[in-house]
Ligand binder design. Structure first.
Ligand code: BTN
Length: 330
């Protein structure tokens, strides 16, 4: 059924009216199947316009992800990436984590990338959900094998945040900042997030699943499900940014930054990270996973990407993944 729903949506992506009979003919299925699928389309957050009972039109179709367009925009050898695009999946991170053993995905010579038009169970940091609707975001995961132990990968998630900022800037999207460890913000509203999950393969070899979600044009329904203040690229720029183009640029930047990270470690990126930090020098509350709240002034990060906080008891460092952060209440 899902497959038929997505075939219908693809057919309607030209914004024209189609009768249920012509949809059935073109997709070589029964009329009843089409009617049944159309009934379920609004479960995907899509509202079709109906005309004279039996004609349907999708007025605001999404821009579908397309691996050829993504790869042609990467300006690097397209053989570097193995891109798999799902219409519907629970979570792209889950998919890569569950397929690490699969040579086609986890251990081929090229970099595995899994993207989805819609995630049904997108995951965020600290056990949170990550919400997005059909085609309104870029949600993908990339697998990277490090010839290093997990303990040498501190600062990896911060480095990925830098890659995202660089690419957004290259699309003339300015004034985006980072919130430790790796939230991407515009004017304190969340625009994108990074979830990195690490697995030890063998001694001194580890595998990172790097999940990235970027909001492009969230519906009111999706926004209302999110408890944080959020924004998206359409709200910021007033334009529909080409998802395939930005995705390609991001893959190319990620490949290059991850290679440098492997070589030089996070220390190499520390200065740049601080330059994008939206909370540098700010008086903040830091909420630890055990709900303990610490007040302090942010004073940079160290070479491992740990946050440096000046508190009433002195300077302390907090590691990636251990804490969440929020601005001091006025
Ligand atoms: C966060 O800021 O909490 C991290 C959000 C990460 C979301 C992305 S979307 C693609 C990938 N798959 C997931 O389930 N999560 C990440």
């Amino acid at each position: 059924m899902n497959q038929l729903i997505f075939s219908i949506l693809r057919l309607l992506s030209d914004g024209k009216f189609y009768s249920d009979v012509s949809i059935a003919e073109q997709l070589q299925c029964s009329h009843a199947e089409v009617l049944n699928a159309i009934k379920q389309i609004d479960n995907y957050g899509v509202n079709l316009t109906k005309h004279c009972e039996r004609n349907y039109r999708w007025e605001t179709p999404i821009q579908w992800l397309n691996s050829d367009s993504i790869l042609s925009s990467t300006c690097i050898n397209s053989n570097f990436f193995n891109i798999k695009i799902f219409d519907l999946i629970d979570s792209t991170n889950n998919f890569l984590l569950n397929n690490l053993e699969n040579r086609q995905i986890g251990r081929c010579d090229c970099i595995p990338v899994v993207a989805a038009e819609l995630q049904t169970n997108g995951r965020g940091r600290i056990g949170r959900n990550w919400y997005s609707g059909l085609g309104d975001s870029l949600t993908f995961s990339l697998g990277w094998r490090f010839e290093q132990s997990i303990s040498s990968l501190s600062g990896l998630s911060l480095t990925v945040g830098i890659a995202i900022i660089r690419v957004l800037n290259s699309f003339s999207i300015q004034n985006v900042s980072l919130k430790w460890p790796n939230d991407i913000l515009f004017d304190h509203y969340k625009l994108a997030g990074v979830l990195i999950e690490l697995r030890r393969e063998i001694r001194d070899v580890s595998y990172a699943v790097i999940g990235i979600g970027i909001n492009f044009n969230l519906s009111e329904k999706v926004k209302s499900a999110i408890t944080q203040q959020v924004t998206d690229l359409f709200a910021i720029t007033g334009k529909y940014i080409d998802r395939n183009l930005l995705f390609g640029a991001l893959l190319s930047e990620l490949r290059s930054i991850l290679m440098s990270f492997e070589k030089y470690g996070f220390a190499h990126f520390k200065k740049e990270w601080i330059s994008y930090h939206g909370y540098e020098g700010k008086n903040i509350y830091l909420t630890l996973p055990n709900n303990l709240v610490i007040e302090g002034i942010i004073d940079g990060i160290n070479n491992d990407g740990a946050l440096s906080l000046k508190t009433s008891t002195g300077r302390n460092f907090y590691n990636v993944g251990d804490v969440s952060i929020r601005t001091k209440q006025p």
